[in-house]
Design a protein around this ligand. Structure first.
Ligand code: HEM
Length: 132
């Protein structure tokens, strides 16, 4: 799926085909979390809600509107929602590594993939809340 996209005002949500893209991305990411010794212990036993809520948040962030997440979950408040999760550099690197693999598997146009890589690099660093 090679989608030619350029220009900052492209609605990425529409350009990638809407919610199914984010459901697939989140499912690929959490399939890696399932067997990751650094990340798995941080998550609830059942990953179902994390998979749905992460897909919804990303779909909303990239232009899908509040029906994707905030209408059900309220304001994202990502740092507050991760307040009980110790996120040091090891957790950040593990999360970012799996998400960039999941993005890489989506076969996006290079300029679109670069926007996801920049976003996740920024967002994961922003959520670091523990020294180690
Ligand atoms: C930096 C490393 C990160 C770690 C270790 C991490 C860990 C977690 C954990 C353990 C949960 C489940 C919390 C619970 O239900 O008790 C969670 C939920 C979530 N995370 Fe992260 N996360 C990270 C980065 C991110 C980033 C960068 C984003 C968004 C770009 C994100 C979005 C979410 C969302 C949307 C939820 C569900 C919130 C809800 O309940 O509505 N996380 N994360």
């Amino acid at each position: 799926m090679n989608i030619p996209v350029d220009g900052p005002d492209v609605n990425v949500f529409e350009a990638v085909g809407g919610r199914p893209f984010f459901d697939a991305l989140s499912a690929r990411f959490y399939a890696a979390v399932e067997t990751d010794p650094v990340l798995r212990p941080l998550y609830p036993d059942d990953l179902t809600d994390s998979i749905t809520n992460t897909a919804g948040f990303l779909a909303q962030y990239w232009g899908g509107g509040t029906a994707q997440y905030s209408d059900q979950r309220g304001h994202p408040r990502l740092r507050a929602r991760h307040g009980h999760v110790p996120i040091g550099l090891a957790q950040r690197d593990a999360w970012l590594g799996h998400m960039l693999d999941a993005v890489g598997a989506a076969d996006l146009a290079p300029e679109l993939e670069a926007r996801f890589v920049d976003y996740f690099t920024m967002a994961t660093t922003h959520l670091v809340n523990a020294s180690e």
